[in-house]
Ligand binder design. Structure first.
Ligand SMILES: [Zn+2]
Length: 322
């Protein structure tokens, strides 16, 4: 039996990784207006306390996580896990809506999903590149939030930003674990300092040594999962979202400028704006749910080798029809 290719491992993996239970869902933390640093526009997560997250989903555009893994994120948040989202761009190149509107929509979706925090890295939409400067922006957030598990765009997908986000994020997550790559907590957007340095995250010494104690510690997540967007793949596992499909769809509809737009809307129609696309999302969730014997599911690719297991108890708790 090839365990790594069996979709039932959605259930298995999540039980393994999240065996702790029970805390209340922490309050949603609001956005504040951003500064700039490293040459990229920023939206601040606020307040920037040293919040340790269980899960951080990192995606190219605001609404990517809603489309691809919101049912899973919502389920995990409701089980007591600290779940956050880092949107890499503000979606300013989108055909419909504006960055400001999409930010408001992201806030609304964040509340619906019960996330602990949502941040926007302010990297350029349609300009994601696997460069040291862009990696360093991501590394600061990863070291700040210290997630055990990261959800990342699929490496192969229709939109170039999704593909570029995947490569950029994977490399950033690796470099984030290197001790000699120095970053400062005070370089975080709401860390209280405006840094004027360019591409080198560790060389911001202009404001002196008083903030040296805010050096960020290396951090690499234990597990990386890729979520499915446009192009399908053979999933490593499928997560049961039967209990959260309605929450997921409500969160997607929070992006009212993008999805399920009325045919009478005067704005330009896009690949994703019509009812057909929205219906297809539910159809896909139903299809993957069927594959693991539940009503709705979200597929994932587990990155980085075999799924580590020490028990098969979860197999006894599932009944997929084969
Ligand atoms: Zn996208």
């Amino acid at each position: 039996m090839n365990l790594a290719s069996d979709p039932v491992f959605g259930y298995i993996l999540m039980n393994l990784l999240f065996s702790r239970g029970g805390q209340a869902v922490p309050p949603y933390m609001k956005f504040t207006a951003g500064k700039t640093h490293s040459g990229f526009a920023q939206f601040d997560p606020c307040p920037m306390t040293a919040m340790k997250l269980d899960i951080l989903a990192i995606a190219a555009h605001p609404d990517d996580v809603e489309l691809c893994c919101a049912g899973t994120l919502s389920a995990l948040a409701r089980s007591g896990k600290k779940v956050g989202v880092l949107d890499l761009t503000r979606g300013e190149m989108g055909t419909r809506g504006t960055p400001e509107l999409r930010l408001q929509e992201a806030q609304k979706a964040t509340e619906i999903l019960g996330l602990s925090v949502r941040a926007n890295a302010g990297l350029p939409d349609c300009g994601l590149e696997n460069t040291p400067a862009q990696r360093d922006v991501i590394i600061r957030y990863v070291r700040h939030f210290r997630p055990d598990i990261c959800f990342v765009n699929a490496v192969e997908d229709r939109h170039p930003d999704h593909r570029n986000a995947a490569r950029l994020t994977l490399d950033a997550l690796f470099y984030s674990g290197l001790g000699k790559l120095e970053t400062l907590e005070s370089d975080m957007p709401a860390g209280g300092l405006e840094r004027s340095s360019g591409n080198d995250a560790g060389s911001s010494t202009e404001t002196g040594k008083e903030y040296d104690h805010l050096s960020q510690k290396p951090w690499r997540p234990r597990h990386i999962l890729h979520f499915m967007q446009h192009w399908p793949f053979d999933p490593t596992f499928v997560f049961d979202i039967t209990q959260t499909i309605d929450i997921k769809e409500k969160a997607i509809r929070a992006f009212a400028s993008q999805f399920d737009v009325s045919e009478n809307d005067e704005g330009p129609q896009t690949y994703v704006s019509g009812k057909r696309f929205f219906d297809a999302l539910r159809g896909r969730a139903r299809d993957y749910g069927q594959q693991i014997g539940v009503e709705f599911g979200e597929p994932f690719l587990y990155y980085g080798g075999p799924v580590p297991l020490s028990s098969l108890d979860v197999l006894f708790g599932s009944k997929p029809q084969r």
